[in-house]
Design a protein around this ligand. Sequence first.
Ligand SMILES: C[S@@+](CC[C@H](N)C(=O)[O-])C[C@H]1O[C@@H](n2cnc3c(N)ncnc32)[C@H](O)[C@@H]1O
Length: 201
Amino acid sequence: MNSESTPVCEFTAFAKAWLRAPLKVGSIVPSGPVLAKAITSEITASTGPVLELGPGTGVFTKALLARGVAAENLTLLEYDPKLAKLLSARFPNVRIVSACATKLSSLGLFDESGVAAIVSGLPLLSMPQNVIHSILKGSFEQLREGGAIYQFTYRPLCPVPRKVMNDLDLKSVCTSFSMRNLPPAWVFAIRKRGPHSEVRA
Ligand SMILES: C[S@@+](CC[C@H](N)C(=O)[O-])C[C@H]1O[C@@H](n2cnc3c(N)ncnc32)[C@H](O)[C@@H]1O
């Protein structure tokens, strides 16, 4: 399989991953190109290193490469080893790590300059609060100042619980809504609050 793999191969690989771990995969079909374009829209060739969490079959990876992100500037972190193997075949020049996103801090993937942006396909709505806290904490340890995590969700609310947002001093803004995705999806950009941001209870 390469980056031009057929949709049928992609759907089959994704559905098999869902059968192996329905809660971890969170959806029976991969995201579509409209959502992929929306979630990557603020990232350009000059953004710098980008980390993708939960890439699945690589729909967002393909969009990131199409936006000019260099393959050597891209790191994918995928929990499912079979999907990680498929990604390696599809994107031979991209760094692919098969590990859980909760382990991000201990993987030593980046130098002290960190990453400029994170794109997340993780199914946060099916994760317990402590797991989300751990993933977000580790992610912001890697993110450069001002950098964002771009996260999609199937509800019109940021999928990070309010307590986690407050504990980690985060704010979110909805950047897009993709009606032409199955199911329709919203994208949120999550960033550290500035020094004068209001803290919500
Ligand atoms: C909803 S799918 C999204 C896949 C792809 N980004 C898309 O939109 O089609 C979630 C992906 O996150 C991966 N995943 C779930 N939990 C994870 C974790 N803790 N660490 C790394 N990857 C994880 C799953 O294996 C799956 O590939």
